[in-house]
Design a protein around this ligand. Structure first.
Ligand SMILES: [Fe+2]
Ligand SMILES: [Fe+2]
Length: 253
C-alpha cells in the first residue's frame, strides 16, 4: 500500500464514530489518520484528515449524519494530516464553526487559509456543544505547540490529537487487536519519528500531565494516530516507554 487509504467508519458508542484512514510511512509501516464525529445535539467533527481523501471523508460523515448537520469542526493543530479538508467540510456544513487555538488559526492564516466562522480556545476552557461541555486540554505531549485536545464528559472519551500515536504494520479497527508488546512497539516507533524529544521530557512533567488525564477518568482514547482504544493502562504504558528510552534509569516497579 503506497497511497493513503480510507477505512470503514466505525461506531464506537451510541454517539461516537471513528472516521479512520491510513497513511504509509516510507517502508516503516502505516500511520492511522483518524477523524472522529460526536453525534450530539450540536454534532462535532474532530479534525479533517488528509487532503487527498476529502471526498471519502465526506462519505464517512454521511455514514453517520448529513454533513450539513455538523455544527463544530475541531482542529487540533495546523499539521496537514489534521487540516486537509477544512474548506470542503465548511462548504458541506454551512452552519459549522471551527474550534481551535489562537496559534492554530495563525498558522492556517500563514498558509493563506483564513476562516470567518471560528471560535478561539485555550486549555482550561470549556466548549459548549449543546448537550455536553467539552473540557479543553493540552495533551501530555505533542508535535506542535498549538495543539489542543479535549475530554467529553458525556461519552468519557479523551481526544488526544497526536498523543499515543503508533505506527502499525496492518490496518486495525481497535487497538485491542494488538498485543501489549506490539502496541508498545507501535507507539515507540512513531515517537522516534514524530516526537523525537519525548525521551528528554522531564519524568515529573510527564507524570503530572498523565495524572491530570487520569484524574478525568476517561474510558476511551481517541488518538489521531492510533485505532480507538480503552484508556485503561495507557498512561502507565507511556510512563514505561519513557523510562525504557532513558538508558540507566530503572523502570518503576
Ligand atoms: Fe502533528
Ligand atoms: Fe498528526
Amino acid at each position: 500500500m503506497t497511497t493513503p487509504q480510507t477505512l470503514e467508519t466505525r461506531r464506537i458508542t451510541e454517539e461516537l464514530y471513528a472516521l479512520p484512514a491510513t497513511m504509509p510511512v516510507a517502508d516503516l509501516g502505516l500511520l492511522p489518520v483518524n477523524s472522529f464525529l460526536i453525534r450530539g445535539s450540536q454534532p462535532l467533527l474532530a479534525d479533517t484528515g488528509l487532503a487527498p481523501l476529502g471526498p471519502a471523508l465526506l462519505d464517512q460523515i454521511r455514514h453517520c449524519i448529513a454533513p450539513e448537520e455538523i455544527r463544530w469542526i475541531w482542529i487540533s493543530h495546523a499539521d496537514p494530516d489534521h487540516t486537509g479538508n477544512i474548506e470542503a467540510v465548511l462548504q458541506a456544513a454551512p452552519q459549522a464553526r471551527l474550534a481551535m487555538s489562537f496559534m492554530t488559526a495563525g498558522k492556517l492564516q500563514l498558509q493563506g487559509r483564513s476562516f470567518e466562522r471560528a471560535e478561539i480556545l485555550t486549555p482550561g476552557a470549556t466548549l459548549d456543544i449543546g448537550d455536553r461541555q467539552l473540557q479543553i486540554l493540552q495533551p501530555p505531549y505533542y508535535d506542535a505547540p498549538e495543539t489542543l485536545s479535549f475530554f467529553d464528559p458525556r461519552s468519557r472519551a479523551l481526544f488526544a490529537a497526536d498523543a499515543w500515536g503508533g505506527l502499525l504494520q496492518q490496518p486495525l479497527s481497535c487497538a485491542t487487536q494488538m498485543s501489549q508488546d506490539t502496541l508498545r512497539r507501535a507507539i515507540t516507533d512513531w515517537l522516534a519519528i514524530d516526537v523525537p524529544y519525548f525521551h528528554g521530557l522531564d519524568a515529573n512533567y510527564l507524570d503530572a500531565a498523565l495524572n491530570a488525564v487520569e484524574d478525568l477518568h476517561p474510558d476511551i482514547l481517541l488518538s489521531g494516530h492510533l485505532p480507538p482504544a480503552p484508556m485503561a493502562g495507557l498512561g502507565t504504558l507511556l510512563r514505561e516507554i519513557h523510562a525504557d528510552l532513558q538508558p540507566g534509569l530503572a523502570r518503576a516497579a
